[in-house]
Ligand binder design. Structure first.
Ligand code: BMA
Length: 842
């Protein structure tokens, strides 16, 4: 055998020297086994996952998204479950001094055994846990986790109290609260290893965390302090290199680390910094940093951090009308527009990066610049916030408490404190985080929802003390100490709608519409400073209905709706509102379409009213963006990812420049709302057209709008124009921005019926459909059998207008192209005869 050369040996020695101090991370996710406690049979399982998804993969439970299967899987969370796996550790790794097991998410009551030794009892799905296993680790290991049913634990906790906390039993368990059933979600209490598990091994020192905190920011300089948490076993000299990968600059520092100290800082700076903006106001610019830990020249470990340079302030100042509530981004007031976000799947580990990316792309392309991560869900995965950072979307982040009163005992409070520390630390680097908010509607519920009834004064005091400890003490302190650049807000809303002040101070949830049955016009009458919730239900897409009813035809009496409409009065409210404003179709499939138009009509009205009221109102977030399964709900994007009519309408209503019309008595005030920081001057035209395209009135002039403002540019006196309001539309064009205003409710319009002619062409992205219409077509709705995305849908077309719509699909064909519009559903007037006109020559 040839002897190795000297050079070769030297390289080997060199490599060994390099390798030795390198810290290691071994993922323990992937293939596990699971079984019901006391059962001797073990089955394969996928980690991260849940017991329910594992059982589903084995066909041991029916798919809870379908039919009323939700009911038949309730037994799962009543049982205890075991998970196990073996893992080997190489001799080299075993030689290292320290070994930790890191659990990023255990759902929820878990006993963790390593080689039959209990190493952890976990009780909070929102926390991450680290256990030092240096003394227990072997070269072959057995990891086993027993998940206990939350039911008996909650019962035991509840029995310790002399009164019932509102929304018992879920309040005792720190896991996503929506899993106990919500008015849009099934009751499925998941259990299992829902995030990563890893083994961390190191020799002498490790970089546990890094936080790059901007300490000052001017046009010419950003000063940043890198806070490094280092864990060292003994006195050691180490060096840190922090590289700004955007500029190539390297910042070096050396430390003498020891077991006695864990926090170290390194000063950094960026000259002529580029700021992070929301996508609608600039570029969401990110700097990419690498932090390397070295001993001499030997690499130990590195962490990457993307940071955005921006300031964000919540401004709450008394004024003549009440108290302001708005955000300044980089010193400028920013109008926040978007929606409330709920978990994308009841089974949280099932949410793929692709699904997250698609949803957040939808958000950005719909001109939304803000999402509220609602408190009944989850502190989302890092990937969610990475995408928000990249796409320039601000996040109003609730802590995970919703619509309930929570315990106030010392153990609970400590648990909550650790949860807050974990999550604020995990998320504070993200420039997208704009606010930390204590809870969703707990305060409103306590003051307004009858929760105090039947309890003594002393009990009221005790419950409120618990509330106070969490939301006015623990959480604000955690935010203040760990993420001081972002504000804390106690509860959303500040005041419930029963308290007059809701219109003048803080953020508001306006559920007069929907829950209290008020007409949509109410949105225009009472406008708060910041509307953080308001909404209206609609049916999901035909595809979603077919999916959960498991049949091809659309049947709204299908028994599966028993579990896919969670609001007791939901169907009745949809009908009542539809009867007020829209024609009510008899056919179920058409009813679905009109329910979506109805939702879009109401929410669009609200968004316009809120934005017109700028700067009194500085934010509008409708309830709710998405679903966690296919269901009838307030969402604008259904559980299968399909855009409802609302998403298309919201996209237009959220454009930076909005043309809006407010009709009062006999006049119509025309507004331009400008969210940009530039003043606008445009040629403006008003055209009154009848539905056949005859011009009844036209006016053109130059109009201006100041930066970041809302202003009336013209008021039209209707009395002076003798028009038939049922057969006339007002087209307002401010430069390229166009808005159509109708003078009566959709149900009172006299819409012409006409044959629809279209031309279909194939292109690289799917299909192009071209139309031209002779008379007005309102809410044109296109559908085909194949899965895909319409670039536009539910749109209006003016007489003589042509339009081309892209259908993005991977399918080679499209079948059953169906085109309908609102004119198809009127029964209360004599239909205007169809026009025989075929502009596409097909
Ligand atoms: C809001 C939310 C949710 C609920 C929605 C619709 O109050 O916070 O609790 O799903 O109303 O009812």
């Amino acid at each position: 055998m040839r002897k190795p050369g000297v050079l070769y040996l030297l390289i080997l020695i060199g490599l060994a020297a390099c390798e030795a101090p390198k810290n290691e991370l071994q993922s323990l996710t992937g293939d596990w086994q699971f079984s019901q406690e006391n059962d001797s049979i073990w089955y394969p399982s996928k980690v991260p996952g849940t017991v329910q998804t594992d059982l589903l993969a084995l066909d041991k439970i029916p798919d809870p998204f379908l039919l009323n299967n939700e009911d038949s899987i309730q037994w799962v969370s009543e049982k205890n479950w075991r998970y196990k796996r073996q893992f080997s550790v190489s001799e080299a790794t075993l030689q290292k001094t320290k070994h930790f097991l890191k659990f990023d998410g255990l759902d929820t009551y878990a006993e963790v055994y390593l080689n039959d030794i209990l190493i952890l009892s976990a009780n909070n799905a929102f926390r991450s846990w680290e256990v030092d296993i240096s003394d227990a680790i072997l070269s072959e290991n057995r990891l086993e986790i027993l998940f206990k049913s939350p039911d008996s634990i909650e019962k035991a906790e509840a029995s310790k109290l002399e009164y019932e906390l509102p929304e018992t039993p879920r309040v005792f368990t720190r896991k996503p609260q929506f899993q106990y059933g919500w008015d849009w979600g099934p009751t499925i209490k998941t259990m299992g290893i829902w995030r990563d598990i890893s083994l961390v091994s190191y020799e002498t020192v490790r970089l546990k965390e890094a936080f790059l905190q901007t300490t000052s920011l001017t046009d010419t300089l950003a000063e940043i302090t890198a806070h490094l948490s280092l864990e060292a076993l003994e006195y050691e000299e180490i060096s840190v290199e922090i590289t700004n990968n955007n500029t190539g600059e390297v910042f070096k520092s050396s430390f003498e680390v020891s077991a006695a100290q864990t926090e170290y800082t390194v000063p950094l700076s960026i000259t002529n910094p580029k700021l992070w903006w929301t996508h609608n106001l600039g570029t969401p610019y990110l700097y990419d940093f690498t932090i390397q830990l070295k001993k001499g020249q030997t690499f130990i470990e590195s962490i990457s951090k993307k940071i955005g340079l921006r300031t964000i302030e919540l401004i709450t100042e008394k004024d003549t009308l009440g108290e302001s509530f708005y955000f300044k981004l980089n010193g400028k007031p920013v109008y926040m527009k978007g929606a409330n976000y709920i978990p994308q799947d009841i089974f949280l580990p099932n949410v793929t990066l692709e699904a997250r990316t698609k949803l957040l792309d939808d958000v950005a392309r719909s001109n939304m610049n803000t999402l509220r991560v609602w408190g009944g869900g989850v502190y989302e995965d890092n990937a969610f916030y990475d995408l928000c950072d990249e796409k320039g979307i601000l996040v109003w982040q609730d802590f995970m408490f919703a619509c309930a009163m929570y315990p106030g005992d010392a153990a609970f409070l400590e648990n909550v404190k650790q949860e807050a520390i974990d999550n604020v630390k995990r998320l504070r680097q993200h420039p997208s985080i704009a606010l930390w908010c204590g809870n969703n509607e707990n305060s409103e519920g306590w003051h307004r929802w009858g929760w105090k009834d039947g309890k003594t004064e002393a009990q009221h005091q005790e419950i409120w003390n618990g509330y106070y400890a969490v939301f006015n003490h623990i959480l604000p302190r955690v935010v203040d100490s760990l993420h001081p650049s972002v504000s804390y807000w106690e509860s959303s809303p500040k005041y419930g709608r029963g308290d007059e002040r809701y219109q003048f101070e803080g953020d508001a949830h306006d559920w007069w519409v929907w829950h209290d049955g008020y007409p949509f016009e109410h949105f225009e009458a009472q406008i708060p400073r910041f509307m953080s919730e308001f909404g209206f239900q609609s049916f999901p897409s035909h595809e979603a209905i077919r999916y959960f009813t498991e049949q091809d035809s659309i049947d709204l009496n299908h028994p599966a709706f028993a579990s896919h409409q969670k609001h007791a009065r939901g169907f009745q409210l949809i009908r009542e509102y539809m009867e007020r404003d829209f024609p009510v179709p008899e056919n179920d499939s058409d009813y679905v379409y009109v329910s979506q138009l109805l939702q879009a009509f109401g929410i669009e009205k609200a968004i316009h009213a809120h934005r017109r009221a700028k700067p009194y109102n500085m934010g509008t977030l409708f309830w709710q963006l998405n679903d966690c399964w296919p269901v009838v709900s307030w969402s604008s994007i259904d559980g299968l990812g399909n855009w409802k009519a609302l998403q298309y309408k919201a996209k237009m209503a959220f454009e930076n420049v909005l043309i809006s019309a407010e009709q009062k008595n006999d006049s119509v005030a025309i507004y331009v709302v400008n969210d940009t920081f530039e003043s606008l001057a445009e040629t403006t035209t008003f055209t009154l057209l009848d539905f056949y395209g005859n011009v009844l009135y036209e006016n053109e002039f130059e109009a201006e709008c100041l930066p970041n403002s809302s202003a009336i540019i013209y008021t039209l006196a209707l009395k002076e124009l003798s028009i038939d309001p049922t057969f006339t539309v007002l087209k307002i064009a401010f430069g390229k921005h166009v808005y159509l205003h109708y003078f009566v409710k959709p149900k009172d319009l006299k819409l012409p019926r006409q044959e629809f002619h279209s031309k279909i062409e194939r292109n690289d992205s799917g299909f192009l459909i071209t139309f031209k219409v002779a008379a007005l077509r309102k809410n044109v709705f296109l559908s085909v059998t194949e899965k895909g995305f319409w670039s536009d849908n539910y749109f209006d077309m003016l007489p003589g207008e042509s339009k081309t719509v892209q259908f993005y699909t991977e399918s080679d064909t499209i079948t059953n192209l169906n085109i309908k519009s609102l004119a198809d559903f009127y029964t209360n007037y004599e239909a205007i005869p169809p026009i025989d006109y075929n502009p596409c020559n097909i």
